[in-house]
Design a protein around this ligand. Structure first.
Ligand code: HEC
Length: 194
């Protein structure tokens, strides 16, 4: 998982014409809150993943990603009031992690920003979406592919890992990544108070 660097937030708001536009600034406390949650999520997951791989190898560690990633996300969502998850343009768990339209747009813009030279560790985006029930603050932060990830997401995934992945994820799209690629993103949402 990525180390958390200072956020370069490109903020934009979708507001109806009758409302005063107000840009979410980089010191918006919601950005700080989201950043802290991502750090906690990434930190917990990465340490559990690393120790599982070291103890039992990547095949056994698949269970950590399968069970623990959604569990940690659910625990943090429950305790924080945020909706917390991970998504990607190429998902492994389509049922849980498929991107919605907004997430697809943001992920595509991350690819464009990366191609234009921005470091993947710095790619993030926050926006307030106005829905019928009021505003929702949404934030995404790109997840870089590291060497550690390649055993399960790389070009040369071993036979036993492929076999185990095929059992749980017959539609797996999350392979063929190289170190430095954008593997996906953390995606967080919080309804704004009235
Ligand atoms: C031991 C195998 C394994 C390793 C190593 C691994 N992953 Fe995964 N990854 C998985 C599995 C299994 C899932 C599906 C989890 C689920 O069911 O939610 C997954 C899902 C994901 C997702 C959610 C989107 C999707 O495709 O469903 C992201 C993002 C992700 N991994 C990033 C990483 C990153 C970054 C690393 C390296 C730091 C990494 N993974 C290392 C097995 C692995």
């Amino acid at each position: 998982m990525p180390s958390i660097r200072p956020f370069l937030i490109t903020a934009a708001l979708s507001l109806s014409a009758s409302q005063m536009p107000a840009l979410a600034s980089a010191d918006d406390p919601l950005i700080e809150e989201a950043k802290a949650l991502i750090k906690e999520f990434a930190g917990q997951l990465q340490s559990e993943l690393k120790s599982a791989i070291q103890a039992n190898g990547p095949v056994q560690a698949i269970a950590v990603c399968k069970e623990r990633a959604p569990a940690i996300a659910a625990e943090l969502s429950e305790s924080s009031g945020w909706e917390i998850g991970r998504t990607s343009l190429k998902v492994r768990n389509a049922a849980l992690n498929s991107p919605d339209d907004w997430e697809i747009q943001v992920l595509q813009s991350f690819e464009e920003r990366k191609a234009a030279g921005e470091p993947v560790e710095q790619l993030s985006f926050a926006e307030i979406i106005q829905g019928e029930d009021g505003g929702v603050f949404r934030l995404m932060k790109a997840i870089p592919t590291q060497d550690l990830c390649l055993a399960c997401h790389g070009d040369h995934v071993s036979e036993p890992v492929l076999k185990a992945l095929a059992e749980y994820y017959p539609q797996d799209q999350a392979r063929g990544f190289k170190a430095g690629d954008i593997r996906g993103a953390f995606s967080l949402a919080k309804p704004l108070a009235e």
